[in-house]
Ligand binder design. Structure first.
Ligand SMILES: [Zn+2]
Length: 256
């Protein structure tokens, strides 16, 4: 099996269009402007890892033909990255084992508070997940294979979110500042996937000009902008970008 990274969703917290059918500045005719909430998938050898469980996770998994999930790693506890968690129940039945969930100490604590029924027996339902607090570097193992991941801490408004680095790929979906401590690991990357919420500044996300500035500091071979709001039209921003920086779209994937 080839190693593959897939952007399952590249939309901001409300996706595009919104539930009210607000398309903002997006061209409705371009399918790349239909965006589900931020979420990604790593297929590494025989290991299938989900980054976050968005509210759209069921459709994302079906659409991308993902047959199994071995582990979930969480960037942070916000609703747009987590509320799809209970949708994973069928994988628990399929594998007859709890799904390992990995996060920072803070994320795991808050996930257990918000989604207690996933981790502890509740009202006659069995828990479907086991929780694991990751260290700066950790491994997702399956049989004799493993995927090595570095978790870096990022500023995301009032909270700290995590970004992940593995095999010269960095996924930083929710941040408005990259501390120097984290920046030193973001070197010689093949791919940088980075938060680029909207045109104007925002207190907890990078905006367009900032994302480009960061991309030019990190200088990955290719940069992919994600977490896109309804004011950033795919074709319009693509035209403004150099060739090595592209806006994400749902289902964008690459082999590594
Ligand atoms: Zn968030």
């Amino acid at each position: 099996m080839s190693n593959k990274f897939t952007i399952l969703g590249c939309g901001s917290s409300l996706g595009a269009p919104w539930i009210t059918n607000n398309w903002g500045k997006l061209n409705k005719k371009n399918k790349k402007n239909v965006r589900t909430r931020c979420c990604a998938h790593i297929q590494y050898k025989n290991i299938s890892v989900l980054i976050d469980t968005s509210p759209d996770i069921k459709e994302q998994i079906k659409k991308n033909n993902i047959r199994n999930i071995d582990s979930v790693i969480y960037t942070h506890e916000h609703a747009d990255q987590t509320v799809g968690i209970f949708e994973l129940r069928p994988f628990f039945w399929k594998n007859k084992k709890k799904i390992p969930v990995h996060g920072s100490k803070r994320t795991i604590k808050l996930l257990k508070q918000k989604y207690t029924f996933c981790f502890l027996p509740r009202s006659g339902y069995k828990p479907i997940m086991s929780s694991h607090i990751f260290k700066e570097q950790f491994k997702i193992k399956k049989n004799n294979k493993y995927l090595k991941i570095r978790a870096i801490e990022l500023q995301h408004g009032m909270i700290k979110a995590n970004g992940f680095i593995f095999n010269k790929i960095a996924y930083l979906s929710d941040c408005n500042k990259i501390p120097n401590k984290a920046l030193k690991y973001l070197k010689e990357l093949d791919y940088l996937v980075i938060d680029c919420l909207r045109k104007n500044p925002h207190p907890s996300h990078f905006h367009f000009d900032e994302s480009l500035k960061i991309a030019n500091i990190i200088k990955a071979k290719k940069t992919i902008l994600t977490n896109l709001h309804v004011d950033l039209d795919y074709d319009k921003i693509r035209k403004k970008l150099p060739r090595n920086i592209v806006p994400a779209y749902d289902g964008l994937s690459f082999n590594f």
